[in-house]
Ligand binder design. Structure first.
Ligand SMILES: Cc1cc2nc3c(=O)[nH]c(=O)nc-3n(C[C@H](O)[C@H](O)[C@H](O)COP(=O)(O)OP(=O)(O)OC[C@H]3O[C@@H](n4cnc5c(N)ncnc54)[C@H](O)[C@@H]3O)c2cc1C
Length: 461
């Protein structure tokens, strides 16, 4: 079998790339290792219900009129109408540094500005200047690493405010410890604070089904349970792939969305990239009966919290770091259709090696998951009020779960800290898209897939 474009990975970057390409040339084949698409953002069934694996909120909300906003550009590139997604904006979110300060924000940046005027009055003017810098900065221009933390400290001159701004941006889009590259900071600041957060009215399954429907309508093909074992190449040119079942598929172009080191492993070539610590996370879903009233934070969608004196976003020494994290109330979006149940979801930084060590004993691993869920519950109850008496189901996933189901090295959601921004990994006809290109989150991953197809593949065919 031969195709002009072969894509490895049916996550959001692979799906978006495949759909974009199929609009022009239908002979594209998407290969996904699992029985379902979605990758990090997929779904599973438990307790007679569909659970979303990775959806808190989608960043980069845009009103219909803002034609150049990333979301609207993406939808145009994929020929998807906004109304097909049924967008619901967040209620409000919060950065809460317990016993220190709190900043509430929404999809209207003026709310955050007002909060800063009241709570960090002496930094208000410099915050307004920062907004101008962010609006004017081109984050896509190739540039060496510039520390966002240092720039913020210099500009805002308030370490607490700097940490409070970095906390949500790190949790929703940083693969590096305690800092961000300025370009990535600008992308995430715009995505979270200036554009804001939303979710579709349906489940992530509906969203993935919609992408698949459009893709198939354009004539594209997908094969699930099709795991690539080897990338076949000679003299920096790829000829095709070999699947786990021995089948060989040849192609003119190959797009890999599985990560940089993971791609080098399939090439059988040592990765030339510097090795840096990868960040792991644990996530717990607490399922509650629909309509359960929480005693606090009822109008919040996401709460990014920190309970220690100094916020750290780094690889923890212990199994899980509960000192900071995310508490998400996924039903708290404007006018969301009612669901059969409601959820509280929590996320914390986790240590992959410790979880890996435990996973050799099923009993110890399950016991650690249980202890983690209980500790996370305690933290969440301090933030949203008691709800343990209402829990009808609970599930926890660790870096080991993520590694098992997405083949992401060390289960690191944000992949390799070293990013390959232009998607060029030194092969004539092989490109990289998705997490390790540096665009993180759902919209980031999709934009990444589309941009690599537009820049590197379509112009050459
Ligand atoms: C718990 C959690 C919460 C999250 N919350 C949010 C959120 O609220 N908002 C947001 O915007 N983002 C969120 N994200 C992040 C977001 O899901 C990801 O950034 C995005 O989905 C990454 O897409 P991707 O295509 O780059 O990679 P992936 O999703 O990892 O896709 C790669 C695909 O390749 C497949 N694959 C791997 N190896 C092979 C092989 N050898 N052969 C064939 N296929 C292979 C994998 O199975 C996978 O499907 C969350 C993620 C998680 C895990």
């Amino acid at each position: 079998m031969h195709v002009p474009l072969l894509i490895i990975g049916g996550g959001l970057s692979g799906l978006a790339a495949a759909l974009r390409f199929a609009r022009f040339i239908p002979d594209v084949l998407l290969l996904e290792k699992h029985s379902r698409v979605g990758g990090l953002n997929s779904y599973y069934y438990r307790n007679n219900r569909l659970f979303e694996t990775g959806l808190h909120a989608i960043t980069n909300y845009a009103a219909p009129k803002t034609k150049n906003a990333p979301l609207n550009r993406l939808l145009r590139q994929l020929k998807i109408k906004r109304k097909e997604l049924d967008l619901h904006e967040q209620l409000s979110s919060e950065v809460r540094f317990i016993d220190q300060e709190s900043l509430v924000f929404s999809n209207d940046i003026s709310q955050l500005s007002t909060e800063i005027a009241v709570k960090f009055a002496s930094s208000y003017n410099s915050f307004q200047n920062l907004l101008k810098t962010i609006e004017e900065y081109d984050p896509f221009r190739p540039a060496p690493f510039i520390s966002a933390r240092e720039m913020l400290l210099e500009q805002l001159n308030d370490p607490l405010l700097v940490d409070m701004l970095l906390c949500p941006l790190s949790y929703y889009g940083s693969s590096i410890e305690n800092d961000m590259d300025l370009g990535q900071f600008v992308i995430m600041f715009r995505a979270i604070f200036m554009e804001g957060m939303f979710r579709p009215g349906g489940t992530i399954k509906d969203f993935l089904d919609l992408l698949l429907l459009h893709y198939k309508n354009h004539g594209g093909t997908i094969r699930t349970k099709a795991s690539v074992k080897r990338i076949l190449h000679n003299n920096k040119k790829v000829s095709g792939v070999k699947l786990e079942n021995g089948e060989v598929i040849s192609c003119d172009y190959l797009l890999s969305t599985i990560g940089s080191e993971e791609t080098f492993a399939l090439l059988g070539t040592p990765s030339p990239l510097e090795t840096k610590a990868r960040l792991g996370f644990v996530e717990t879903i607490f399922e509650l009966p629909a309509g359960t009233r929480l005693s606090e934070s009822n109008d919040r969608t996401i709460i990014f919290y920190n309970s220690s004196k100094k916020f750290t976003y780094q690889h923890p020494e212990q199994l899980v770091d509960f000192n900071s994290g995310v508490v998400c109330l996924p039903q708290n979006f404007q006018d969301l259709p009612s669901a059969p149940t409601m959820e509280v979801r929590t996320t914390h930084l986790a240590n992959y090696n410790e979880w890996k060590h435990l996973s050799s004993s099923r009993t110890e691993y399950e016991s650690a998951k249980n202890t983690t869920a209980l500790a996370s519950l305690e933290v969440a109850e301090k933030i949203v009020g008691n709800f343990s008496q209402n829990i009808v189901y609970r599930d926890t996933f660790t870096p080991i779960t993520i590694e098992r189901f997405t083949a992401k090295k060390q289960g690191a959601i944000y992949g390799n800290p070293v990013k390959i921004k232009d998607g060029d990994i030194g092969y004539e006809n092989l490109f990289l898209a998705g997490t390790d290109q540096g665009f993180l989150g759902i919209i980031g991953a999709m934009l990444s897939g589309v941009s690599i197809v537009n820049q590197h593949i379509l112009p050459r065919l």
